[in-house]
Ligand binder design. Structure first.
Ligand code: ZN
Length: 457
């Protein structure tokens, strides 16, 4: 190749031929500031600025860049004569600079997303298969890590990019057919006849993939233009070269770009590994929880191998409450709500009333009115109220009290808040308290209750 940058696009941007799309954009921004005619007084600023814009337009589109990158690559129909005058320059990998029998123009994509913003960057150039493999892996890994986070384009671009890279990137057929034809001619000029023949056969195969009827070509043809069919022209040139090279051994190249080779497997493995990790993370959470909560179930499922007392203890960590057959003093529980015989019933020299409403509860209660006026809490009245019942304590002496009671179904102990029973004499009449306490666990109960230790009941 005589000139790899025939119009100076890379030169005006100040970048290397292997720059990726994001480097091109960054270089453009920098140079546009510098060369903008409003800022730059130099006489050729305007023409430079135009060239800069032209460079961006061509190089930022992957396929027009591919075309530009290979524009200087010639294919020769008058091989022998020209070869003698000026030895052709071989096509080298734009990455490692080596000459290979199968250089290919390939375009890989990497995707980066930030919130709703996703950018797709093309990494492209003429690569040997080893360098292409590395470029594809880097682009794919970048996409896996940074590509997904934009909705929806991050996800769409990422899937496209990963698939594209895994399949060896986008390889424009017309460009690659020309590369191969040129390389065949180079090897022929160097006297490597067998290799030249093999590469020429490769070029022939590639030229047959060139689609002649692109949109633009079709439109031009329909307008009456004579549109050269690039594929057909290439095939004619290659056939001429093959004639010159003669029959010889029908050696073919091993296709280092074949799909089911190393790069494909590495990327496939990477894809599978990442999908597995995502799948594992998604499923491991609930599995973990399930194991934790099923521990008692596992213990119960193996009664034969588990000692009986252990199973019993496991099922009932606390000895279950058994409803006493009678009141603690031995008296039978009354049938109706009433005081319990045998207990002292004091503090009954007043006028106040306390009604304890158990009417909305399903459990019987064993209760005490406890005086809080002395040094120690003193139970002064003891009573029983069946489920759905209510009971009124009469003639209560003024003072501070609370109510303590046991739920006879569950054994649970509760007490009310402290309350004060008041009496005021006004002339001949007495004003006194008449309160109703609706018990705990009722939706609209009016009594705040607290747990109560056994020794305070
Ligand atoms: Zn290389």
């Amino acid at each position: 190749m005589k000139n790899k940058d025939p119009k100076g696009y890379y030169a005006i941007l100040g970048i290397s031929l292997s720059a990726d799309a994001s480097e091109i954009k960054a270089a453009y921004r920098r140079k546009a500031m510098e060369l903008h005619p409003d800022r730059n007084p130099s006489p050729n600023a305007t023409s430079q600025f135009q060239l800069l814009n032209e460079a961006l337009a061509i190089l930022s589109d992957p396929s027009s860049r591919a075309q530009y990158d290979t524009i200087a690559i010639e294919t020769h129909d008058s091989t022998a004569s020209q070869a003698r005058e000026e030895p052709p320059e071989p096509i080298v990998c734009s990455c490692c600079g080596k000459v290979s029998a199968q250089p290919r123009y390939a375009i890989f994509f990497s995707v980066k997303s930030f919130f709703l913003h996703s950018t797709r960057t093309a990494v492209q150039g003429i690569f040997c298969s080893a360098c292409a493999e590395k470029k594809a892996l880097v682009a794919t890994a970048t996409t896996w890590v940074l590509g997904w986070w934009g909705i929806p384009w991050g996800i769409i671009y990422s899937i496209q990019a990963i698939f594209n890279n895994m399949m060896g990137g986008t390889q424009p057929a017309h460009v690659n057919a020309r590369l191969a034809a040129h390389q065949a001619w180079v090897f022929a000029a160097l006297g490597k006849i067998d290799l030249a023949r093999a590469v020429a056969l490769d070029a022939l195969a590639l030229s047959k993939k060139v689609k002649s009827d692109t949109g633009i070509a079709k439109r031009k043809k329909s307008l009456g233009y004579d549109v050269p069919d690039e594929g057909v022209e290439l095939q004619q040139q290659i056939h001429k070269l093959l004639e010159i090279l003669g029959g010889g051994g029908a050696g073919r190249l091993t296709d280092t770009w074949g799909l089911f080779r190393r790069p494909f497997y590495i990327q496939m493995a990477l894809t599978i590994a990442i999908i597995s990790v995502i799948f594992y993370l998604n499923t491991s959470q609930p599995t973990h929880t399930r194991l934790q909560s099923s521990d008692p179930f596992v213990a119960n499922r193996l009664p034969t191998s588990t000692p009986e007392p252990y199973v019993a203890a496991f099922k009932n960590p606390k000895p279950s409450y058994v409803r006493p057959a009678s009141a603690p003093n031995g008296e039978a529980w009354p049938i109706h709500a009433s005081y319990i015989k045998g207990y002292p019933q004091t503090h009954k020299s007043g006028y106040s009333k306390i009604t304890i409403d158990n009417s909305q509860n399903d459990s019987d209660i064993f209760g005490k009115l406890v005086s809080l006026d002395g040094q120690n809490a003193l139970p002064v009245q003891t009573f029983y109220i069946p489920a759905r019942g209510r009971f009124t304590l009469d003639d209560i002496t003024a003072g501070s009290y609370d109510i303590r009671y046991r739920n006879l179904h569950s054994g649970h102990l509760s007490r009310s808040e402290l309350f004060t029973v008041e009496e005021h004499r006004i002339g001949d009449s007495v004003r006194f308290s008449n309160m109703t306490m609706t018990l705990y666990k009722v939706r609209n109960g009016n009594m705040q209750t607290y747990g109560l230790p056994e020794d305070e009941f």
